[in-house]
Design a protein around this ligand. Structure first.
Ligand code: FUB
Length: 339
């Protein structure tokens, strides 16, 4: 598989990489860091990677995670605190396996934790769990969010107090298995010269537990205003949606998957369309690339992961933090994780 080939190469290369940023935590493997500032402190909501005997394949069976930990960073010392298990698979009634990339939001004193998992039929859905503390533990709702599917939830809170859920992922994330609102085991992609399979989004309801509107497609346009196509896999959406707002503009960023970039587009509202701008983070050690962007104490930060901690094993990753800069035109300066 593509994943196996890349892992073999990465294991060979691992020792020659000079890292720009250290792993934030080395006692457990962590990935897919979604960072937010709550109570003037950065909290990170990552996946918790574990060893597994599952084969490495393009469906991601080797990502067999079964719980979540929340991390936070002390403002004065930069010490990273692991708050322990925040949610376990055994406490999620509707889920059978694979707790993949999560995110969190805060509203009116309650913290909402959004996470994907396969349901009892093996279909990826997105669930929500709540806590009065940003560090959890979180109590999961009895069922997944009605109308949710696929993976990689990301929550964006706009200045007017609206919250939006962005989600979706190809291959193991099953986005290609949803046709006219129905799941099918048959993969279907738009033709090579057609608009590529889009990320999804919807506004959240006031209680944060359901979708307030039908799910919408996210359109990414090139410099001529044409949709990015299926064959353009250096630029097309694959997984790992994130939205941040800078100088009144909406930045939609995502992983290009099999070409391993974190790329982005800019739009005028949370729904897009988003005009493609370029690469935020070049490929990292490991197959996946997944990030978040957050502002804290006057600076912007990119949180990302790579597989340096496991010397190149794709499913054993570590989260990292680095400064992110917007230039005078609002464009993001591309980051490379190695010197
Ligand atoms: O961590 C499991 C999956 O790998 C995530 O959901 C994807 O975004 C990729 O990082």
């Amino acid at each position: 598989s593509d994943a196996e080939r890349k892992q073999a190469l990465d294991i060979k290369k691992a020792n020659s990489f000079k890292q720009k940023d250290e792993a934030l935590i080395t006692s457990i493997y962590t990935a897919d860091p979604s960072a937010h500032v709550f109570n003037n402190k950065i909290y990170i909501y990552p996946s918790h990677d574990i060893e597994t005997d599952n084969a490495i394949n393009d469906d991601g069976d080797h990502f067999a995670m079964n719980d979540y930990h929340v991390l936070s960073i002390e403002n004065d010392t930069n010490e990273v605190i692991d708050h322990g298990v925040a949610l376990s698979l055994e406490n999620v009634k509707w889920a059978s396996k694979q707790l993949w990339a999560p995110d969190a939001a805060h509203k009116n004193g309650t913290y909402y934790f959004y996470f994907p998992a396969r349901d009892l039929e093996g279909i990826f859905r997105i669930g929500v769990a709540t806590s009065l503390s940003p560090a959890g533990p979180f109590i999961a709702e009895d069922s997944y969010i009605e109308g949710s599917f696929s993976i990689d939830p990301a929550i964006f809170e706009d200045d007017d107090g609206s919250y939006y859920l962005y989600f979706g992922g190809l291959w193991g994330g099953q986005l290609q298995n949803w046709h006219q609102g129905q799941f099918s085991s048959e993969d279907q992609y738009p033709a090579d010269d057609q608009a590529s399979l889009p990320a999804k989004m919807a506004k959240l309801s006031d209680d944060m537990l359901s979708l307030a509107e039908p799910v919408k497609d996210i359109v990414i346009l090139d410099e001529d205003g044409n949709a990015i196509t299926t064959e353009d896999n250096e630029r097309r959406f694959f997984e790992a949606s994130w939205v941040h707002k800078y100088n009144g503009k909406y930045y939609f960023s995502y992983s290009t998957g099999d070409t391993h970039n974190i790329a982005y587009g800019i739009g005028d509202n949370p729904y897009g369309p988003f005009f493609y701008q370029g690469v935020i983070l070049n490929p990292v050690l490991g197959w996946t690339n997944h990030h978040s962007i957050v502002s804290h104490q006057g600076k912007w930060f990119l949180f990302y992961h790579d597989s340096t901690l496991s010397k190149g094993q794709t499913h054993l990753r570590c989260v990292k933090k680095t400064e992110l800069l917007h230039d005078e035109n609002g464009k993001i300066i591309t980051i490379t994780a190695y010197e």
